[in-house]
Write a protein that binds this ligand. Structure first.
Ligand code: PEP
Ligand code: MG
Length: 902
């Protein structure tokens, strides 16, 4: 036993020890570096410190026992392998220290390069680089800058100002014009800045540099921008980051060196080919930051054919191995290619579908896997409209289509202003030279992002793609002047508040607001594009994957619709019935007056007259819908909202009456109305006279609706159609309520239906917590349940559904009380538990009880998976969400491993 207790926890893995499936422990970057190492690709040697070590550090505030010794041992073996020692004055080994969490969080956490440089080893580095003093001193000043900013929180601008001063003194604007002496001077200036802010000298001891850098990477997990990003991307807060310590290779050693990023397919469209950016004589950070403009990867063929061919070979091998689009970071050091990173690459929604389809064609994956690799959020994005362009609109600039979509809005130049205007309900476009992680809140608030610098892999591009937000990057015709809050382009000046439109697919920028046109995916769903004929890889891929989803899914998908037109559209989109027809929507407009008469009726005759006038109107409504949904079930919900909504506002009426009285006018009628409105007035209408309560209080109201439904069904059936009505009673909390309504309804149905063959089901919504908890009893009287998760969430949490999201949810999200509004995605543990209980107890009481959901959650991807798990028969959602629900229901049916497609 004693021996076992001393077995040390393993916190450090050599690259050769890991593999791509160890992302939880080694983070994405570390796991993939290990995978590439084991594939025999040229990865600079290094090791990974695990997320476990990070978590232990973050919990206790100190490095866990044994970590220091393990780092020492791995460092020694790295030194042996490289034949160099960290910080050796003659021939130093330098390392990079990089974060790498399980899920990619681009630019959110820290990196320190060139660790191991000090006043002595800088000389050794120069010798290593063939006497290149300039390179050595440039590397040293970069270390002090990054280390100072990242590890010791020295304000980054101080270093930038010092660099600007050095360039000004030299009379240049270009870093490359600074020679070794200038850079040596800059190192001195940087050291002074460091000492001023930290109260200590820049650490000369290489191992101390390394330990502090590792600690800073651990701590960067909790940096504010990382926290915000995780919340936005729904990445759990407790994963921690791994740290990769890697032997440095240099892309800035001259014209035969360089650095770049490559994609095995176009992450924008999914098209096959060679995509990427290359920057000669530069370090990787320069490309990702978008600071200097890159050349297309193809040009590397001319610059260094050997490395280019080798890279293409590795790209093909990686794609074959990962069976997916890979993105790659590489560096060429004096003609030698090094692979610095790979991962399954982020892609646009269109590319996700196209690539999944291509990989099936290529036999690399099957259709189940293709379905797993796309998701409803991506499909929803593809259903957005695009710009409608005619001669009137000429682009004023063209950048890189970094993240698709069409966005128009007021120009803003700072993250803070974006947040401010968005909070006022404005659409804004955040315009920057380039973005950095501090702009995150502004990017979240903006409708679109436009930058004048940077490629497809710049911070703006990567983050916007991740968020599904429209982005044009690298529109270099724009001269952006942030302090003056303006940019100039094509001889025109655009000020803060002016409107621009950006197309994230083509990269084009327009002045003014451009009208939009529908997406081809919507046209396909509408039946306007034949997928077999369409010359469109996206439509073909969507068709193929949707067809597979339909074959696989167990959940049926219905729609929420209250008009024939909505029903027809939803049917084209694949709806298999109506799950919720809200009849109160049929009482608006001209019919308001009839409802008012009904409510205010003081005699049975008056009330019956109002109901008699409503009956034929309702019958026509239902005929329309039954015809459109011919042969499919239609759930009609009896009227739900508080009746006072149909009456004039109390305060207004009281004032009118008082004024009229003052003038001595005859106000008898108005007074009667005011008295009625007062009678109906409720402090909490959402908890008042609505739903089944109304039906029980106003004689004849539900009866009229039931009759209209039954008569419409009979008429449609008699004229050769097929109507399948399901009458649904809202807001039931006790079985007795349902039984009372049902007894009356059954009588009317029997009378109307006669021998027509029409069958009418009677069921209930489960949307009051008490109904969920007494579902066993309620099921005795219900032929089906439909979960009203909007009200169930409202009453389960006690959150007013019309108020709280705008009022204070931001604070709840900030505090992490929930990661997403429970009105948007089902709260599995709480409200979801009510659904589960009701489903189980309902089915126990009435085996085979039909179960559905018709709250907004029916079209939310995560919630669809939950409803699949709980065993519902169908989800019902708005017509536009129907394809999303079909896709997710298919994905839910094939997702057995719980693997993550993020
Ligand atoms: C619900 O409460 O979830 C529901 C579908 O009903 P409504 O939104 O009309 O209240
Ligand atoms: Mg409801």
């Amino acid at each position: 036993m004693a021996a076992q207790e001393t077995v040390e926890h393993k916190y450090v893995y050599d690259f050769a020890e890991g593999n791509k499936d160890l992302k939880d422990l080694l983070g994405g970057k570390g796991a993939n570096l290990a995978e590439m190492t084991n594939l025999g690709l040229p990865v600079p040697p290094g090791f990974t410190i695990t997320t476990e070590a990070c978590k232990a550090y973050l919990t206790t505030g100190r490095e866990p026992d044994g970590l220091a010794a393990q780092i020492e041992a791995h460092l020694e073996s790295l030194e042996r392998e490289m034949g160099r020692k960290l910080g050796d004055p003659q021939d130093p080994l330098l390392v990079s220290v990089r974060s790498g969490a399980k899920f990619s969080m681009p630019g959110m956490m820290e990196t320190v390069l060139n660790v191991g440089l000090n006043d002595r080893s800088v000389v050794g580095l120069s010798a290593q680089a063939g006497g290149n003093d300039r390179f050595a001193w440039d590397s040293y000043r970069r270390l002090i800058q990054m280390f100072g900013k990242t590890v010791c929180e020295v304000p980054g601008e101080e270093f930038e100002h010092a660099l600007d001063d050095a360039k000004r003194a030299k009379g240049t604007q270009n870093d490359l014009d600074l020679d070794a002496d200038d850079l040596r001077g800059l190192v001195d200036a940087y050291k002074k800045i460091f000492a001023k802010h930290t109260g200590r000298e820049f650490p000369q001891e290489p191992r101390e540099q390394l330990d502090l850098a590792i600690r800073a990477v651990f701590e960067s997990w909790n940096a504010e921008r990382a926290v915000v990003y995780r919340r936005q991307e729904r990445i759990p807060a407790d994963l921690g980051t791994a740290v990769n310590v890697v032997a440095m290779v240099f892309g800035n050693l001259g014209a035969d060196s360089g650095t770049g990023v490559a994609f095995t397919r176009d992450p924008g469209s999914g098209a096959q080919g060679i995509y990427g950016d290359y920057l000669a004589n530069a370090q990787g950070e320069d490309v990702v930051a978008g600071i200097r403009n890159t050349v297309p990867l193809q040009e590397l063929e001319q610059i260094d054919k050997k490395s280019y061919d080798e890279l293409l070979d590795y790209m093909a091998r990686l794609e074959e191995h990962y069976k997916d689009l890979c993105d790659i970071e590489f560096t060429i050091e004096r003609g030698k290619l090094w692979m610095l990173q790979t991962r399954v690459g982020k892609r646009t929604a269109a590319a996700a579908f196209v690539i999944a389809g291509q990989l099936v064609d290529e036999g690399l994956i099957d259709l189940d896997e293709a379905l797993h690799r796309v998701n409803g959020a991506q499909l929803a994005q593809l259903m957005f409209p695009r710009f409608q362009l005619d001669h009137e609109f000429q682009p004023v600039a063209k950048g890189i289509g970094a993240s698709p979509g069409a966005a128009s809005g007021k120009v803003v130049f700072t993250s803070a202003r974006a947040v401010e205007l968005a909070a006022e309900g404005e659409s804004v476009i955040l315009v920057r030279r380039e973005t950095n992680p501090d702009d995150l809140n502004g990017m979240i608030a903006a409708k679109g992002i436009l930058t004048s610098r940077g490629g497809k892999t710049s911070h703006a591009a990567v983050v916007a793609r991740g968020m599904g937000k429209t982005c044009v990057s690298g529109a270099d015709e724009l001269d952006v002047n942030v302090p003056a809050k303006k940019f100039t382009v094509a001889g025109q000046t655009v000020n803060e508040g002016d409107i621009v439109s950006i197309d994230g697919t083509t990269g084009k920028v327009y002045l003014g607001e451009v009208p939009v046109m529908p997406s081809e995916v919507v046209q396909y769903f509408e039946g306007e594009l034949d997928p077999e004929q369409a010359d469109d890889a996206l439509v073909k891929a969507v068709h193929r994957i949707m067809t597979h989803a339909d074959e696989k899914r167990r959940l049926q998908v219905r729609t929420n619709a209250d008009t024939g037109a909505d029903a027809a559209r939803a049917r084209r989109f694949g709806a298999q019935g109506i799950g919720l027809c809200r009849t109160e929507h049929m009482f608006l407009g001209d019919r308001r007056e009839l409802v008012e008469r009904l409510i205010l009726a003081s005699t049975d005759e008056e009330r019956e007259a109002a109901l008699a006038a409503l009956l034929p109107l309702q019958r026509e409504d239902f005929i329309d819908i039954f015809r459109e949904m011919d042969g499919l079930p239609v759930t009609v919900r009896l009227i739900d909202p508080p009746l006072h909504e149909f009456l004039p506002p109390l305060e207004q009426l009281a004032v009118n009456v008082a004024v009229a009285q003052e003038r001595g006018e005859d106000v008898a009628k108005e007074e009667a109305l005011l008295a009625a409105v007062r009678r109906m007035h409720e402090e909490n209408p959402m908890l008042g006279l609505r739903g089944v309560r109304l039906g029980l209080v106003i004689p004849g109201l539900f009866a009229m609706q039931v009759r209209a439904i039954a008569e419409a069904a009979v008429e449609v059936t008699r004229s050769g159609g097929s109507a399948c009505p399901e009458i649904m009673v809202p807001l039931v909390g006790a079985v007795q309520e349902l039984e009372t309504v049902r007894a009356e309804a059954e009588k009317i149905i029997a009378e109307v239906v006669g021998d027509s063959g029409v069958e009418v089901l009677i069921g209930t919504m489960i949307e009051v917590p008490r109904a969920a908890l007494t579902a066993g009893q309620i099921a005795e009287a219900a032929q089906f349940f439909s979960f009203g998760t909007n009200d169930l969430t409202q009453m389960g949490w006690g959150f007013s559904r019309d108020d709280v999201e705008g009022a204070f949810f931001w604070r709840y999200l900030e505090l992490g009380i929930f990661g997403i509004s429970p009105f948007e995605s089902i709260d599995r543990e709480g409200v979801g538990r009510l659904v589960r209980i009701a489903a189980e107890e309902g089915r126990a009481a009435r085996p085979g009880l039909k179960l559905g959901v018709c709250g907004e959650h029916g079209g939310d991807p995560d919630s669809v998976h939950f409803f699949h798990e709980v065993g519902l028969d169908y989800v019902s959602c708005s017509p536009f969400r129907v394809p999303v629900a079909r896709l997710e229901a298919g994905r839910a049916a094939i997702t057995t491993t719980g693997s993550d497609s993020r």
